[in-house]
Design a protein around this ligand. Structure first.
Ligand code: F6R
Length: 608
């Protein structure tokens, strides 16, 4: 949700900012803009739509200078337009600001400023901050910012530049991500590490509420009351290669193909001689044995991974487990206490609703574990323990490798906790460990064979208006996730349903050209799901069947058969989703959709 970058150094700032924005475009692509400081004051360039439009604008009328800030927008307040694009200027044109997040009390602040005669140029919540800071300004931007911040409610990462202080860019965060890049005689800020990788791998992750300053000389971190704090510089393991497409047409396809390696990374060092090793979580056995319930909180694809997680937790820990959409959890009356384990799941570790839900869980005394992909992310930092999925940067807006690694992480967590609780036997553990060890190779085998049925199906059904996905138990969430993948990148309506629910309503939709994707690998519910398939076929529906290799009965029932390798039923969602990701991908590319940046969406949802 919006990407921000800032630069102070010796290079052309506009080039550094554009490079950073290219890496952050996944965060929003409604409009983009930069503001550069040079001898003639603050200069702005903005363009609606993709970053390429801003690049053209800058090529036609370049901006020179060595200090600047840049922004790529996912619209919240105000339609995508030049006037609503960031950066925004203060009323006197001396201060420019960029923002990721939402200022919740902006109306109240805007009314106050309007009453004082301040004129607004945009419909955004951000502009109020520009005016407020400029009004507080008395020759020191740091002091002015510190004075205004306590008045802001909401979530934000902000970066500011003032014409009268040309050597520095200030930034701060509350509930939105921010990272500083440390270079030689040049320093950077960004929403996410990939924006910095061309220039430096030395980074600082500021804490919430801290105010940061970058200048040519270095980075400085201040507490909210302006006490200078030590800057903890670390070297990121991410490389620029990991953030490139490496010959694939889209990031999404590259990330689908990275899944075997990503899962192997999730498992690395955590499978030890037939046993699962969770020592890195430093879990207190007394605390674990005192648990009575588990609540899993997430959004979107991570929520579907959590649904599989629920089944795994109940099977292996025998603890009643519920899943919560983070945005619902916060406004319901969840019963959470010191005997509850709250597991949050988030690729980015920055999803605003999930982050707030974890804060709520902590405040209620729960033990918090997060399953996160991004190291040092906000959710990871506030959780008592984090199981990193180590999938590497996921750039495609539609989540793929993050999902399968979350499923693998849940298998580790559920069985590992089950062993601590004594509810999982050594044999059960050995079976899952053995299954997990084979999974990366099985996903690779699946990707290596050209799944003809997937491509044929994408071609044949790309023009229908509706798809149904059905599954049961472990693969009910696969149906939900398969449907989400299709709708978000192809814009075709798709619904995921529990197979047994079909006859309670949705069966009415079925007729000759209505495709149902049925997920029926080996396992406890295969037969039941095949009965549901019979019911669909009896009504002339088209069935695309995902089944285990060699399942003759399934082969007979399928109009299109997609075979996956045999595996433990608890792990089958990891394999079953792969062809469904590809089905969504090929359908979307056949339709000429922008696969990596689907309309209206953004990768990291840092607004509620
Ligand atoms: C869909 C997708 C989203 C995310 C959701 C949560 O493909 O990517 O539904 O899963 O926005 O994001 P994280 O996992 O970063 O909290």
């Amino acid at each position: 949700m919006c990407g921000i970058v800032g630069y102070v150094g010796q290079r052309e700032a506009s080039e550094v900012l554009l490079e950073g924005l290219r890496r952050l475009e996944y965060r929003g692509y409604d409009s983009a803009g930069v503001s550069i400081l040079n001898g003639t004051g603050l200069q702005l360039r903005k363009a609606v739509g993709r970053l390429a439009n801003l690049e053209r604008e800058l090529a036609a009328t370049p901006l020179h200078g060595h200090v600047g800030i840049g922004h790529t927008r996912w619209a919240t307040h105000g339609a995508p337009s030049v006037r609503n694009s960031h950066p925004h200027l203060s009323y006197d044109g001396k201060l420019s600001i960029i923002h990721n997040g939402i200022i919740e009390n902006y109306r109240e602040l805007k009314n106050e400023l309007l009453a004082q005669g301040v004129k607004f140029e945009s419909d955004t919540d951000t502009e109020v901050v520009a005016h407020l800071v400029e009004r507080a300004y008395q020759g020191d931007l740091l002091k002015a910012l510190a004075e205004v911040l306590p008045r802001l409610r909401g979530a934000y990462a902000l970066a500011l530049l003032h014409q009268d202080e040309p050597g520095r860019v200030l930034a701060t965060r509350l509930g939105s991500p921010l990272v500083l890049g440390v270079g030689e005689n040049e320093n950077f800020i960004a929403s996410d590490v990939p924006a910095l990788l061309k220039y430096t791998r030395r980074v600082v992750f500021p804490e919430e509420g801290q105010i940061c300053e970058i200048s040519r000389e270095g980075v400085r971190i201040f507490s909210p009351d302006l006490k200078l704090l030590p800057a903890a510089i670390q070297t990121t393991e991410l490389t620029l290669d990991a953030a490139e497409k490496e010959g694939f047409e889209h990031f999404m396809l590259k990330e689908i193909h990275e899944q075997p390696r990503a899962i192997a990374e999730t498992l690395r060092g955590r499978l030890n001689e037939g046993a699962i090793d969770l020592t890195e979580l430093a879990l207190d056995p007394a605390l674990i044995n005192g648990l009575r319930r588990v609540a899993i909180i997430a959004c979107g694809t991570s929520l579907y991974a959590s649904m599989v997680g629920k089944y795994l937790m109940e099977r292996f820990t025998h603890l009643p487990t519920e899943t919560w959409s983070a945005s619902e959890f916060r406004y319901a009356d969840p019963v959470i206490n010191a005997q509850t384990l709250v597991i949050s799941v988030s690729q980015s570790g920055e999803t605003a609703d999930t982050l707030e839900a974890v804060k709520l869980a902590k405040a209620s005394g729960a033990t918090t574990i997060s399953v996160c992909n991004v190291m040092g992310s906000s959710i990871a930092r506030i959780s008592a323990a984090t199981l990193y999925t180590r999938a590497g940067p996921e750039i495609g807006v539609a989540s793929t490798k993050a999902y399968v690694t979350q499923l693998a992480a849940f298998a580790l967590l559920a069985v590992g906790l089950g062993r601590m609780l004594g509810t999982t036997s050594q044999q059960q553990e050995a079976r899952i460990v053995d299954g997990l060890m084979h999974i990366p190779g099985q996903v690779k085998a699946l990707l290596d064979k050209d799944i003809v049925a997937v491509k044929r199906c994408a071609k044949r059904y790309k023009d229908v208006f509706n798809f149904m996905y059905i599954g049961r138990h472990f693969n009910y969430p696969t149906a939900m996730e398969g449907a989400l993948k299709l709708k978000e990148i192809s814009y075709i309506h798709a619904e995921g349903y529990a197979g047994g629910e079909m006859k309670h309503g949705p069966l009415a939709l079925v007729e000759g050209t209505f495709p149902t994707i049925a997920i029926a690998p080996q396992g406890g519910t295969r037969e039941k799901l095949l009965s549901n398939v019979q019911e669909i076929r009896a009504r002339s529906g088209v069935v695309v069947l995902v089944a285990t290799e060699g399942d003759a009965e399934a082969a007979e029932l399928a109009d299109y058969l997609i075979e996956i390798p045999a595996c433990a039923e608890e792990l089958s969602p990891i394999l079953a989703i792969v062809p469904l990701q590809l089905l969504a991908y090929y359908t979307a590319t056949q339709l000429g959709r922008d696969v990596d940046k689907p309309r209206n969406l953004a990768k990291s949802v840092t607004v509620e």
